[in-house]
Design a protein around this ligand. Structure first.
Ligand code: ZN
Length: 454
């Protein structure tokens, strides 16, 4: 049993002073005591808030950050970015993937993400053949999680077709491809791998309606009848148009009509929805997996936030392409995109007087925890001991109390407020730096320098 004592903490009942959190050997919170606590607790200077789940990540894409920011011959789009991404990943070895993932996870922990949902689709060798161990790449993701201490929900991706209408995959996609039977084998192996990692959870990730057939999606949801189901949906207007042509419905509409979307589901992006789709998705109990920095980077569009929140929709946030890994910046970008769209302020809040920082943060905690099927999102017994500690002496927090702390975190000081991060009871970040940053960054630099030269 370990115990940490904080000057102030955000508990399910609200802000409390002098809070002690006792943690069991399983990395879960055993007891929370406001106003003191047992002797012998390790004092941690600062304000404790729950660690955030990062519900959508393709770790390897961190290594190509900066490679696609140059204008091409015919103008650029999501689809030209995707070609750059395919060229980049065609050269990655399992060692490279592990090195890149480990560095991405170090950065996530340093900005307050304590658990990652890895939407994992780079499965096979560059010729599209499974490695001798079909779970080789899944094992590398698990190894990166173990090395850094970030929690993991692994979401192996089912990817069979190159586009709508069961189109054949293009050469850039061959490392992703499995038909359902081989995917079932991959899932069994991935389940073994995840089983060796304390607290890790597994779900499935049918990539999108363009990469799996309708029959396959029904089959996969039936075979894997429990656990999270994540799918990219309605990220791009071209995808919506192609879906209309192939399936006779918009992507979110089709999923709602055909798949019985419920709390197991997380629809990644869900950018292009009508008001009717938005309200129906909210009522389904599913989570919208928003990735505001990536959606901005890729020019996807703006989520229908006002309507979604008005109908009690649930959302979480993800770093997706990892172009920038920064939890407060994701929440800020989400709110600012809504402000620019609505030409209004404080949009992602439900009631008068509510703090926007608090609203964004607590909704992202709850939505992420649900989408990743993890006990987290509040400092309460039974949950993972995932704790982010903010620097109470930071000048930007002068005079701030209560929820204003979260407003300063999201809108002003940002990640600079984060000093200490505890994941599953282990102190992995101190003074803003991950304990293994140096060696993991060294390896990352070697890998990315070599890839840039080749
Ligand atoms: Zn994605």
């Amino acid at each position: 049993m370990r115990a940490f004592r904080f000057k102030r903490a955000l508990l399910p009942t609200g802000w409390s002073d002098d809070v002690t959190v006792e943690i069991g050997d399983d990395g879960l919170i055993a007891r929370v005591t406001p106003g003191g606590g047992p002797d012998g607790a390790e004092r941690v200077a600062g304000i404790a808030i729950p660690g955030l789940p990062n519900l959508h990540c393709h770790a390897f894409q961190k290594g190509m950050a900066g490679l696609a920011e140059r204008r091409g011959p015919g103008g650029d789009s999501f689809w030209t970015w995707r070609e750059v991404m395919y060229r980049f990943l065609s050269r990655l070895t399992p060692d490279d993937v592990e090195a890149i993932a480990a560095y991405a996870y170090v950065e996530m922990l340093e900005v307050g993400f304590t658990l990652v949902g890895e939407f994992h689709y780079l499965h096979h060798d560059p010729q599209g053949r499974p490695y001798a161990d079909i779970g080789e790449m899944a094992g590398r993701i698990a190894a990166a999680s173990r090395a850094t201490g970030i929690g993991l929900t692994l979401l192996p991706c089912l990817y069979t077709y190159g586009g709508f209408g069961n189109a054949a995959p293009n050469p850039g996609q061959i490392r992703f491809i499995n038909a359902t039977d081989r995917f079932v084998t991959l899932m069994s192996r991935s389940r073994e791998i995840v089983g060796q990692l304390p607290g890790a959870v597994i779900g499935i990730a049918p990539h999108s309606l363009r990469a799996v057939s309708a029959e396959q999606l029904r089959e996969a949801a039936a075979i894997f009848a429990t656990g999270p189901v994540h799918i990219h949906a309605a990220e791009q207007t071209k995808e919506v148009d192609d879906c209309m042509a192939a399936l006779g419905a918009r992507p979110v509409q089709w999923l709602l009509d055909e798949m019985g979307i419920d709390q197991r589901w997380c629809l990644i992006h869900a950018t292009h929805m009508t008001d009717d789709e938005t309200a129906r998705l909210a009522r389904s109990g599913a989570v919208a997996g928003l990735c505001p920095l990536t959606e901005g980077s890729l020019g996807d569009g703006i989520f229908n936030g006002e309507t979604y929140l008005a109908t009690q929709g649930r959302f979480g946030i993800g770093t997706d392409s990892n172009i920038q890994i920064d939890a407060p910046a994701e929440l800020r970008q989400l709110e600012y995109s809504q402000r620019l769209k609505a030409r209004a302020r404080n949009v992602m809040t439900a009631s008068e007087g509510e703090s926007t920082g608090r609203s964004l943060y607590t909704r992202a905690l709850a939505g992420g925890a649900q989408a990743l099927a993890q006990p987290m999102g509040a400092l309460a017994p039974g949950n993972r001991a995932d704790i982010v500690v903010l620097d109470a002496d930071h000048p930007d927090l002068a005079g701030a109390s209560g929820d204003m702390v979260l407003d300063v975190l999201v809108f002003s000081a940002g990640r600079g407020l984060i000093r200490t991060v505890i994941a599953a009871g282990q102190c992995v970040v101190s003074d803003g730096r991950h304990r293994a940053r140096e060696e993991i960054a060294k390896r990352y630099r070697e890998v990315v320098s070599r890839l840039a030269r080749s």
